[in-house]
Design a protein around this ligand. Sequence first.
Ligand SMILES: *Cc1c(COP(=O)(O)O)cnc(C)c1O
Length: 347
Amino acid sequence: MTLIDLRSDTVTLPTEAMREAIQRAPLGDDVFGEDPTVARLEKMAAERLGKEAALLVVSGTMGNITSVLTHCARGEEVILGDSSHIFLNEAGGMSALGGIFPHTIPNQPDGTLRLEDIEAAIRAENIHFPRTRLICLENTHNRCYGAPLTPEYTASVVALAKRHHLLLHLDGARVFNAAVALGIDVRELTRGCDSLNVCLSKGLSAPVGSVICGSHEFIARARRTRKMLGGGMRQAGIIAAAGIVAIEEMTDRLAEDHANARRLAEGIAGISGLATDPSRVRTNILYIDLIDRRFSDEEFLKRLAKKGVRLSHTGPSRFRMLTHYGIGEKEIDAALKALHNVMQGCY
Ligand SMILES: *Cc1c(COP(=O)(O)O)cnc(C)c1O
């Protein structure tokens, strides 16, 4: 029985080309700024994402916290979505580590924040209020079915931020998925953002790492923040070598993951007892609801696991599935068969 792990695109293993690149990578001490492979990755990532400079960090969470701590001082406020990864899934780092105040506003089903809601959340100058410093967007939006934010929408938030003298951070963990889904250059989605985070270790299949990008000045300050967080790494070219392959070779193929996610959603829509919305699937993330109450969420997961299929549990009766490198049409069809059989009660 082959294991079909749809819990996350983080389960992807490094490709053969990555393993070879790791083997061959020239190395040095990156805390001294002497690792040529890290330097190459950072230069390449900056160019590809349309920014002056980049910085390799351990994870997306470290990329976001490094960016937020670099932008904001204690007592300052960040406007972000109430379904955002930074708010929900990063251990409250901005408050715990930075004394920074999160001000949440609703994420719309398409992952956007309404411009009116952002404007209303911006604080007036008044000694009673914290100072608003930063707005965060997320593209693609994890909790909102992997929705890609468009360049037009991003530009409208960039303009709003500029008008109010605020900074804008993009949690672009899957921003390459957004660019591929929209059929555009990724720079159209990063233009005007003061900083952004991109994960190399999700659909792009690198074993470890994210990069943050921004101006030379921002990245110089972020380098100090990363050091403070314990993220100064020595022969990090071992990681960067795989990251280079991720950016060079693994972005275009994300289209396959998107097609597979649609195939999966369309199949699930035809299975009684389960519900999903195939029309919302634009990238590699989908959510399903267990409507049939014959078995509990735990029982549903257990029966699927017995058939080699794993999903993640994201709420009562709600599950998330992600397609990724290593999951092809064959695996999608096998997963659909397993779901069908579990719902039919044959196991
Ligand atoms: C995965 C993810 C992160 C964090 O990345 P880690 O490497 O898991 O720390 C941040 N934002 C979004 C939207 C993500 O999906």
